[in-house]
Write a protein that binds this ligand. Structure first.
Ligand code: ADP
Length: 395
């Protein structure tokens, strides 16, 4: 086989996602996921171009075992040693140092390690992925694509917290923002859809998955976003609280909760799950809410209200607005969340067409009513953008 390939790796603390692309192709040849790594339930799931799924248990597999298995399987089929031109890694935190996809050498890796203190839950796993793939393919260039990079264009008044400056200068405490690859991807594909250069487009993008954030994009550049120094700030998410009164931390401390426990409560036990006491999954909550479950109804209401409030807030960061974009698992699929959120945004000039909202068939669909500012549902594809940016750096 003569085609050249790019491998995309997204290494999480207990999971590992990958996608293999032939250069120039929008659809991956194969995607896969190893989950619950380092536990008895570890398993491996892969899907090829024709949608064939394979799933098998790999009890107690480590990240290293899993990468070895993935590389062996891909090598059999695609002869990666000859065809691989780049490995693109999703890296969560690039601090202030990285504002674009970057070829990884020793000094870049050292700088990514320095960002661990800003993202102790995420960067260590990303680094494990980089080091394991470097061992597998010592000759192949590795590229880091940062979740924070797109937001490095935010102005200082948007990224600084109103706390003593020494915390910024000493520790880098500021807002960084995340999901940058997704916000950038959907802004570009929507710009293409309306036939306007992205440099002239301004959007408010809402990436709503298990993690969720909104972004204000002015002339193709991020000028504000809802996540902060960590991915905890902002919207209500699956298990994350989003914004709370910072006074809550001291209060819980005075009640005997230590930092690790508070961190766990706000990151893993809050959000839709915490409010509903049922699930972090939007589908389950919609089903329960439609059957009259009050907690599920409240969780969804708080989610939509916070989201609408943030979208309205983002409007002031833009001088003009070419539209509101929904994306991510919830943004792309939940008719209910889009409808309830947009209903709160009437005062900003957004109203939905209910039929269009129910009928999402293309990668980018407009769903506004005839009297509304544009509203789009736009499918995100972070892996594809990581593959494109990695290939561009290495070809
Ligand atoms: P991640 O952030 O883990 O990548 P996703 O972007 O896949 O997450 O989004 C997961 C969320 O999308 C879950 O809350 C799930 O319930 C929601 N979701 C997926 N499909 C639907 C649907 N048809 N209706 C409502 N919510 C959906």
């Amino acid at each position: 086989m003569s085609s050249k390939h790019v491998l995309v790796i997204n290494c999480g603390s207990s999971s590992l996602k990958y996608a293999l692309y032939a250069i120039g192709d929008a659809t991956p040849l194969q995607t896969g996921l190893a989950e619950e790594l380092n536990s008895p339930n570890a398993r491996h799931i892969s899907k090829d171009l024709s949608g064939n799924r394979q799933s098998f248990d790999t009890p107690n597999a480590s990240h290293g075992d899993s990468i070895q298995a993935i590389v062996d399987a891909l090598n059999c089929e695609f002869n990666l040693s000859d065809s691989l031109i780049a490995v693109g890694h999703r890296v969560v935190h690039g601090g202030e140092r990285f504002n674009k996809a970057t070829l990884i050498d020793d000094s870049v890796l050292a700088e990514i390690k320095q960002c661990i203190q800003l993202a102790p839950l995420h960067n260590p796993a990303n680094i494990t992925g980089i080091e394991l793939l470097q061992k597998q393919f010592p000759e192949v260039p590795q590229v880091a694509v940062f979740d924070t990079a797109f937001h490095q264009t935010m102005p200082e008044h948007a990224y600084r917290y109103a706390i003593p400056s020494e915390f910024y200068t000493k520790y880098g405490v500021r807002r960084y923002g995340f999901h940058g690859t997704s916000h950038q991807y959907v802004a570009s594909s929507t710009a293409q859809h309306i036939g306007k250069p992205i440099e002239n487009c301004s959007f408010i993008t809402a990436h709503l998955g298990n993690g969720a954030s909104v972004c204000a994009i002015e002339n193709g550049k991020s000028v504000d976003t809802s996540m902060g120094m960590t991915p905890l700030e902002g919207l209500v998410m699956g298990t994350r609280s989003g914004d709370v009164d910072p006074g809550l931390i001291g209060f819980l401390g005075s009640q005997g909760y230590d930092c690790a426990r508070i961190d766990k409560i706000l990151n893993k036990q809050s959000g839709l799950l915490g409010l509903s006491g049922i699930s972090n999954d939007c589908r389950t909550l919609e089903e329960q809410a439609s059957k009259g479950n009050k907690e599920a109804q409240l969780a969804l209401k708080v989610f939509c209200y916070r989201l609408a409030k943030y979208i309205a807030g983002m409007r002031i960061a833009l001088t003009q607005c070419d539209g509101l974009i929904f994306t991510g698992g919830i943004g792309e699929n939940s008719v209910f969340i889009r409808k309830e959120t947009v209903a709160l945004l009437k005062g900003l000039g957004f109203t939905i067409d209910e039929e269009l909202n129910r009928d999402i068939t293309d990668n980018v669909c407009a769903i506004q009513s005839t009297v509304s500012l544009p509203i789009f549902v736009s499918r995100t594809d972070e892996e594809r953008l990581i593959a494109e940016q990695s290939a561009a750096l290495c070809s």
